[in-house]
Every structure is written in C-alpha cells, then in structure tokens.
Design a protein around this ligand. Structure first.
Ligand code: MRU
Length: 367
C-alpha cells in the first residue's frame, strides 16, 4: 500500500541482507520513521515493544529475526536460542510460533553454512505468502461487501473494525482491511467506523492513518460507541482480524472485540473475522480456556501519547498516580457470535466441521 503516494510494505530486508527495515508503528500517525534491525535482539525488541505488531507481521518479523541470528552464528545452539528469544516476546498471536516452527524446519534441513541464505530466502517466502493470503481474503471479503451494497440498493456500505488488522499489521493489504481496499478500488462506496482501540489506540492511530492514505472514507469512534451506532442502523457489517482462532472457531483478537461481537449479535449485524490460515491454531478447541492472553504494562492504561500542536510526541498520565490498572491485551469471541471466517480459501463457518473441511491438511488429533 502507499504512504504519501509511495508504495511500501511494512517490513523489508536490506539488499545486502545485513539488516531488515521496519516501519516504526509507535510513531504513527504523527511521524513516519523506519527502524533498522541488525540482530535478533533488535527483532525481539521490535516485537515486544510493538514497533511492529499485528499477528501476521509479528510472524514475518520473527522469521527475519532468525535470519539475522543465522547471519551472526548459524549453529544449532544459536538457532534454538534465537527461536526461544523471539517466541518469548508476545504470547497470544499464534503466527509467531507458526513462523518460527516453519523456519526451524527449513533451517535444520540444511548445513549451518547454508543457513543464513536459506533463512533470508524462507523469510521472504513467508512475507510473499502473507501478501498472497491477504489479497485472497480481500477477494472473498469483497464479495460480501458487494452483496451488502446490493441489499442496500447501492448506498454506501458501513463497516466497523476494531484495532488495526490493516496492512501495517501484515506485510501488505491487511486482513480485515483487504476487502475494504478491494471494494474501494472496485468503486463500491464504503465507509469505515474505526474503533479507537484503547489502550494503545491502534485504530485511531494506525487504521485511520492507513485508510486516510488510501482515500477510504472513515470515522474514528470511541470504543464504547459501537453498540450505539449499531442500534441506530449505522453498521452493515463488522470485520475484525484475529491473533488466534481455534479449531472450533473461537476467535482471540484485540481486547474489546468480544463486546463488539455481542453488540453485533444483539443488533443482527453480521460479524466477520478475517482469518488467514497461519492464525488458526488447530491444536486448540476452547479459546476462552486455552488461549494465553497477554497482559501488558499498566502504563499503557494509565498514560496516553499524542502529538502536541508543535509536533512533539508527548505522553501524559490520565489516572490518579495511586490507582492501579490492569491491561489485558486480548479477549476471546466465542464461535457462536461469529457469522463467518474470511479465509484465503473462502468464507468458512466458525465451526470445527467447516474449518476441518476447508483446511484438512492442518487438522491435528488431540491426545
Ligand atoms: O496488540 P496488537 O496490536 O498486535 O494486536 C493486533 C490485533 O489484535 C489484530 O487485530 C490482529 O493481530 C490481526 S492483524 C491482521
């Protein structure tokens, strides 16, 4: 996608393969800056401190992090140590473990002296695959938006989204945003309600930024407004992303997604989840009981950042200094609240049977 008219992906290797460049998402929308990752510690820090975030991008960044580690020391011991360092950065998005497993398999199959080249090549493949998965999700979701527009007699389709499941959360296109970009590009009138997504405001800062850069009409609303807007007929469909979807279709996504699903159910609004297959964890069934939910620092709740009138990024406290805060980063939306999963293989019901039928090669037998 484009920033100020210039094409970008969210991550790219330097041509000499000595470093990897990322867009520093902690500075958007106020400043556009990139960060150079030169070793596995840089990659781990970038993921943990959320310079990059979003399930698919975390996976690809970890893959490039392993490549940087192999450049420094391609031994088995360093491969394991680097994989563990990267795996420990964020617990919820399954794409991280998925990408590391894939990379380890490919790297253990070659001699240490060939591992750095292999690792960069495989990381590039994972990045290219992610773009293709998102583009395909875009095509399937485009059909849903087209249907919604037909039902409305051609009037603009109002879509609500939560957090940032946009191109900044992937390598390109985004998951939840891919259908929106494709619809907009196809001349279908769309308007997006963007949840601000406290505490880190990925909606207000990142999704709004992306949509604006692509010229997609949108309105930022506070997280608590979605139910009200739905009650008044303002939302035709909800499309969100996922950090981990279980074999039975429970969806773990950014904190607050569950409340949007409840409001959608109560108001008869279709609730879709854009779910590329690497974010589906076929080893788990019960999302509420089994998915590890990341708890982040309380300062993300007690403080907020923004730009001052003269362009400086400042952080201010918004709570009494003595009040404790708790910061759950994700929640689980049970499958019964999900209208459908928009996957690269089509729109799939959020059920064990439908997921197994769509992805037979991924089904695992639980002991
Ligand atoms: O904490 P974040 O910003 O990494 O959370 C991101 C989300 O919850 C996204 O919706 C999810 O990763 C899907 S991204 C295509």
């Amino acid at each position: 996608m484009r920033i100020d008219g210039k094409p970008f992906t969210s991550i790219w290797p330097h041509t000499d393969l000595k470093a990897v460049e990322i867009i520093d998402q902690t500075k958007l929308p106020h400043q556009f800056a990139t960060l150079t990752l030169v070793d596995v510690a840089d990659a781990a820090r970038a993921i943990k401190d959320m310079h990059v975030r979003g399930a698919p991008l975390i996976g690809v960044t970890a893959a490039y992090g392993l490549a940087l580690a192999m450049r420094a020391d391609p031994s088995d011991g360093n491969l394991e140590a680097a994989a563990q360092t990267l795996l420990a950065t964020r617990p919820t998005a399954v794409n991280l473990a998925w990408a590391l497993k894939d990379m380890r398999q490919h790297l253990l199959a070659v001699k240490p002296q060939d591992r750095a080249a292999k690792a960069f090549a495989r990381a590039a493949e994972l990045a290219a695959d992610d773009i293709a998965l998102c583009a395909s999700i875009g095509d399937h979701g485009l059909a849903l938006i087209g249907d919604a527009q037909a039902k409305k007699g051609g009037k603009p389709v109002n879509i609500l989204t939560h957090c940032n499941a946009g191109w900044l959360a992937t390598v390109d296109w985004g998951t939840a945003t891919a259908p929106i970009y494709k619809a907009h590009d196809a001349g279908i009138a769309v308007h997006v309600f963007v949840d601000e997504t406290r505490p880190r405001n990925q909606g207000a800062s990142l999704t709004a930024f992306e949509l604006g850069q692509h010229g997609v009409p949108h309105t930022v609303i506070v997280d608590n407004a979605g139910g009200h807007v739905m009650q008044h007929g303002g939302v035709d469909l909800v499309i969100v992303g996922t950090d981990r979807t279980t074999a039975s279709g429970d969806v773990c996504n950014k904190i607050g997604t569950y409340l949007k699903a409840l409001a959608a159910k109560d108001n008869g609004v279709p609730f879709y989840v854009a779910a590329p297959s690497p974010s589906i964890d076929f080893s788990l069934d019960d999302g509420v009981a089994e998915i590890p939910i990341e708890t982040r620092g309380s300062e993300e709740v007690t403080h907020m950042s923004g730009a001052t009138a003269d362009g400086r990024i400042e952080t201010v406290r918004i709570t009494p200094p003595s009040s404790p805060a708790l910061n759950y980063a994700f929640d689980v939306t049970p499958a019964r609240l999900v209208t459908g999963l928009i996957t690269e293989r089509g729109v799939v019901a959020a059920t064990k049977e439908a997921l197994a039928k769509a992805f037979p090669e991924r089904v695992t037998v639980r002991r």
